[in-house]
Design a protein around this ligand. Structure first.
Ligand SMILES: Cc1cc2nc3c(=O)[nH]c(=O)nc-3n(C[C@H](O)[C@H](O)[C@H](O)COP(=O)(O)OP(=O)(O)OC[C@H]3O[C@@H](n4cnc5c(N)ncnc54)[C@H](O)[C@@H]3O)c2cc1C
Length: 427
């Protein structure tokens, strides 16, 4: 609420992690919020997505958004420890780096999304609403958003004081301010999947993978091989999350997603290739996974601005990134928390100051993290880097150890103290 008692109204486009997080943070800051999301209904409870890692600060922020102690317990129950971050050389399973104080927790995307969603009032969501366009009213006092109701084809207009672009790495809101913006292809894609092993717990596949990766359930494994690498960790409710990065030319990405639906031929070819490259225990997990999917890995050079007028970018819209520093979701949550605190501090009447402070805090941090993730990905994929020989996991140098550790990401423990974002008792 601002000094004169008028509540600001934010229209948030995108109801994924960044959008949900902003809905929490802005509501707490005294704003009215409305979330427009093109998917027809909440994916809560569906198997959509795969695994993600939450750092301890994100966990604390989420806890502070969940009003009831039961829900706070739920965050603990829907995540698993990711205490150890380790890189190994694939063939001989030899440990290259091992960080025992990584202190993340693993969640399934749909579980985290569901947790954030169910803690918000359902009437702030407009599902099945495709954002079409917006215009800022002269004087920047308000913004008018047009959206299409997908069920009826009707176009509706919504007026707000602030437009929050949480519409992902292909953001069409960002495109209006940066018409020449293009994502940058990383040089590789990632096969991903989640194996539900609840009915095959004692199978050869599961006993085999647990033997090959004894820290499953508490750690995150990266296996490094020549020109490729994999990631593996366990998720709650007896699931294994895996990812396999494969160098390949830029695909022709059609439509509005960087995730591709794959057919059975592609899966078969991928499995044959995996047999040549990966260890047999990992291959078995891949082969038993239903509906693996393919992500094309993109990022972008850091933007110079993340707000214009009364329009602000958050999450992947503000800083598309490769996943190697486990930042994407954590950045979205921190963006939202900082935005909320800036709004609380300045009030709806001083929106420009609030957005300037948000940008001042977040842009230097996310810019460095995106570039660091880019470098780490290229390193692990054995791709060319300007200042070193391509990385070879069989000839690891002492310097490589530092580069490989996720905790050496710039601002790894970044906590913007100035805004009082630390929940009491956490330091
Ligand atoms: C369904 C789904 C599953 C995911 N699963 C994982 C996962 O398992 N692991 C992981 O690390 N990351 C996952 N991600 C990505 C992850 O959420 C993001 O990388 C990160 O959390 C930042 O989120 P974001 O909200 O900024 O962007 P995104 O998660 O990409 O969300 C953008 C949202 O905006 C909506 N949107 C876009 N354009 C419009 C429009 N014109 N009108 C209305 N709505 C629009 C999209 O439907 C989407 O819900 C997933 C994303 C989605 C959408």
């Amino acid at each position: 609420m601002d000094g004169e008692g008028k509540r600001g109204k934010a229209v948030i486009v995108g109801g994924s992690i960044a959008g949900m997080s902003c809905a929490h943070a802005l509501t707490l800051a005294g704003w009215d919020v409305l979330v427009l999301e093109k998917t027809p209904s909440s994916p809560t409870g569906s198997p959509t997505g795969a695994g993600l890692g939450l750092n301890s600060f994100s966990q604390q922020i989420i806890q502070s958004w969940l009003p009831h102690s039961q829900q706070q317990q739920l965050l603990h129950n829907t995540t698993m420890p990711l205490t150890i971050d380790q890189n190994r050389e694939k063939k001989v399973h030899s440990t290259v780096t091992r960080d025992e104080s990584f202190n993340f927790r693993a969640a399934h995307w749909a579980d985290l999304h569901g947790l954030l969603y169910t803690a918000l009032p359902s009437d702030i969501f407009l599902w099945g609403h495709l954002f079409l366009s917006f215009h800022v009213v002269d004087g920047k006092d308000s913004v008018i958003v047009k959206a299409k109701v997908l069920a009826t084809g009707k176009v509706v207009e919504i007026v707000g004081d602030l437009l929050v672009a949480a519409d992902g790495c292909l953001s069409s809101i960002r495109q209006k301010y940066l018409p020449d913006f293009k994502l940058r292809y990383s040089g590789y894609c990632a096969w991903r999947g989640v194996l539900d092993f609840s009915k095959i717990e004692n199978s050869e596949t599961i006993t085999g993978i647990r033997k090959a990766y004894p820290d499953l359930g508490k750690g995150l494994y990266f296996d490094l091989a020549s020109g490729t690498h994999t990631g593996l960790y366990e998720l709650p409710n007896k699931r294994l999350n895996w990812i396999w990065y494969v160098n390949q030319p830029e695909p022709e990405v059609k439509g509005t997603s960087v995730t591709m639906k794959v057919n059975s031929d592609m899966i078969q070819k991928m499995q044959q290739e995996a047999e040549k490259v990966l260890i047999p225990e990992f291959v078995k997990v891949i082969k038993e996974t239903r509906e693996p999917f393919l992500n094309f890995i993109y990022d972008s050079d850091p933007l110079e601005k993340i707000f214009w007028d009364n329009v602000v970018l958050v999450g992947d819209a503000a800083h598309p990134t490769t996943p190697h520093c486990v930042r994407s979701t954590n950045m979205s949550i921190l963006d939202a928390a900082v935005l909320g605190k800036c709004m609380e501090k300045w009030g709806a009447q001083k929106l420009e100051s609030a957005l300037e402070e948000y940008q001042f805090i977040r842009l230097p941090v996310t810019s460095k993290q995106v570039l660091h993730a880019r470098r780490l990905g290229r390193l692990k994929q054995g791709l060319v880097l300007p200042d070193r020989e391509p990385f070879d996991p069989k000839l690891v140098r002492p310097d490589d150890h530092q580069e490989l550790l996720v905790r050496n990401t710039p601002f790894f423990n970044d906590v913007p103290l100035s805004l009082g974002l630390i929940p009491s008792g956490c330091l």
